[in-house]
Design a protein around this ligand. Structure first.
Ligand code: 4AD
Ligand code: MG
Length: 463
């Protein structure tokens, strides 16, 4: 049996508690990030995957296999036994003096990752290897921590987590962006109604299925993958992405916005607390000023602006000579990302809730306002990205909802959804956070092809 292997994460926490002694024997296994040998002494930066930091392993000619170790390449996996040397005067608080190094997995010379810095584009081509780099190891650990943060936040408030289905018979957003599910018939041809006997598709949102649970448990959320056949080739659109969708009963749009803000702030504070090394790395290497930005977000109430006012700001900007690609600004239009970004970056200079959108550009389930023109819907926009959350108060009035659904032709098949309005219906609201976009915002990594481990986008299905 091999001696007990320590984990770097535990080693660094023990050190922080003052529990590490000079000369203490430690065994580690991990991967070489860099290795340099100047003949008499060699240095390996070793990472074992359990934390962002590396440990410096120092070796010399005393190693029985010194020559082999001195020639080890970036990426090789090794087992090391050695003694801790405290180095209070150095950047790293301690290092490991190797007494024994065993090579577990060699690296052939065609290994695509080298010591130098690689571009994000290059790393996308080798998505299955990028978690081994500093940037992506930081990013995907934060992704994991953020996912737990979401659960802690909602569970801490008593919300019930609902597993909504991935396969549905309806288009929750009514935007015609569903992926159809089919098996092939005897002739090898797809048939849309084969398996379930009706048209079925991958879900674009768990909302319609989570609403009934809100009308039983009051506060609920779903958090899972969603799929959209949207041909938008942008840094913010993927055809498979994760969405967090809370739904709250006896709550209107103001309550909804309050919860959105609380959620975003909790997530930021959670990641800052749990991932200080990763966040410091993003701040210094990926998005200078990130930490200041996030702290400012934590300290400032989110702005609120009706859609109509946003249109006025945009029209004023155009009148003053600002050029948008989509320059014809009129009430009733759907805002393009450039417009959203102008509002959040230039006008508000921080996160903003745009609310009360024209009813004709929004989904059928949103509650119509008394003006007859707008719905109680709200998007949360952030600098650098635009929309990261979309939410609304739901139409709870049976007749109005039924009329809208008839007009859209989706009443059939969604009778159960409509029924909620006649059996103990109530004011209720909810929203959807694009999890991958939230991760972009928190880390400053500005392409969804990077925040998703294996991105699926229009025209691209690798790995
Ligand atoms: O605004 P959306 O379409 O809202 C809904 O789906 C509602 N049913 C949510 C609800 O009220 N329960 O999508 C919500 C969020 C967007 O704000 C965006 O962050 C993200 O989902 N999103 C995408 N993220 C990545 N790629 C895409 N193609 C996305 N489409 C939406
Ligand atoms: Mg939206």
């Amino acid at each position: 049996m091999q001696p007990k292997v320590s984990l770097l994460h535990d080693l660094f926490s023990s050190f922080a508690k003052g529990e590490i002694q000079d000369g203490q024997t430690v065994c580690l296994s991990g991967w070489i990030r860099t290795n340099r040998d100047n003949g008499s002494i060699g240095f390996i930066a070793l990472n074992d995957g359990t934390c962002f930091k590396n440990i410096q392993v120092v070796y010399d000619g005393e190693l029985v296999n010194h020559d082999e170790v001195a020639h080890l390449l970036t990426g090789a996996s090794i087992y090391v036994e050695g003694k801790i040397v405290l180095t209070p005067e150095m950047k790293q608080p301690f290092e490991l003096r190797a007494g024994k190094v065993e090579v577990l997995g060699q690296v052939s010379p065609d290994y695509p990752l080298q010591k130098k810095r690689h571009s994000f584009e290059y790393l996308r081509e080798i998505a299955y290897l990028r978690p081994r780099t500093n940037t992506f190891s930081a990013l995907y650990r934060v992704r994991s921590v953020l996912a737990l943060g979401i659960h802690e936040f909602f569970q801490g408030k008593g919300f019930v987590y609902v597993h909504t289905p991935e396969i549905t018979a309806n288009d929750a957003e009514g935007a015609g962006q569903t992926f159809t599910i089919t098996t092939l018939d005897d002739n090898g041809k797809p048939s849309e109604t084969d398996f379930y006997g009706r048209k079925s598709s991958l879900t674009v949102s768990g909302q319609l299925h989570v609403e009934p649970f809100a009308l039983a448990f009051r506060d609920v959320y779903t958090f899972g993958p969603t799929f959209r056949a949207e041909k938008s080739n942008t840094p913010r659109h993927a055809s498979e992405f994760w969405m967090v969708e809370p739904e709250i009963a006896f709550a209107d749009l103001d309550d909804d916005m309050e919860l959105m803000e609380e959620t975003i702030k909790f997530c930021i504070a959670y990641v800052l607390e749990k991932c200080p090394d990763e966040m410091a790395f993003f701040d210094s290497m990926i998005a200078p000023g990130l930490l200041d930005k996030l702290h400012k977000v934590l300290d400032t109430p989110f702005a609120k602006m009706p859609y109509t006012e946003a249109i006025e700001y945009l029209q004023k900007a155009v009148a003053e000579g600002h050029k948008f690609e989509f320059n014809k600004i009129e009430w009733g239009m759907d805002l393009q990302s450039e417009h959203e970004r102008f509002i959040t970056e230039t006008i508000v200079k921080g996160p903003v809730f745009l609310y009360n959108y024209p009813k004709d550009i929004k989904a059928f389930y949103m509650r119509e306002n008394d003006d007859g023109k707008t719905v109680a819907a709200c998007d949360c926009l952030v600098p650098g990205e635009g929309e990261i959350i979309g939410g609304s108060q739901r139409e709870e009035r049976y007749e109005i909802l039924q009329q809208k659904m008839r007009k859209q032709g989706n009443e059939e098949g969604l009778e159960w959804y409509l029924n909620l309005r006649k059996w103990g219906g109530c004011t209720h609201s909810g929203f959807g956070i694009g999890f991958d976009r939230l991760l972009m915002y928190i880390t400053g990594v500005n392409n969804i092809r990077d925040t998703e481990p294996y991105p699926r986008t229009s025209g691209s299905l690798r790995f």
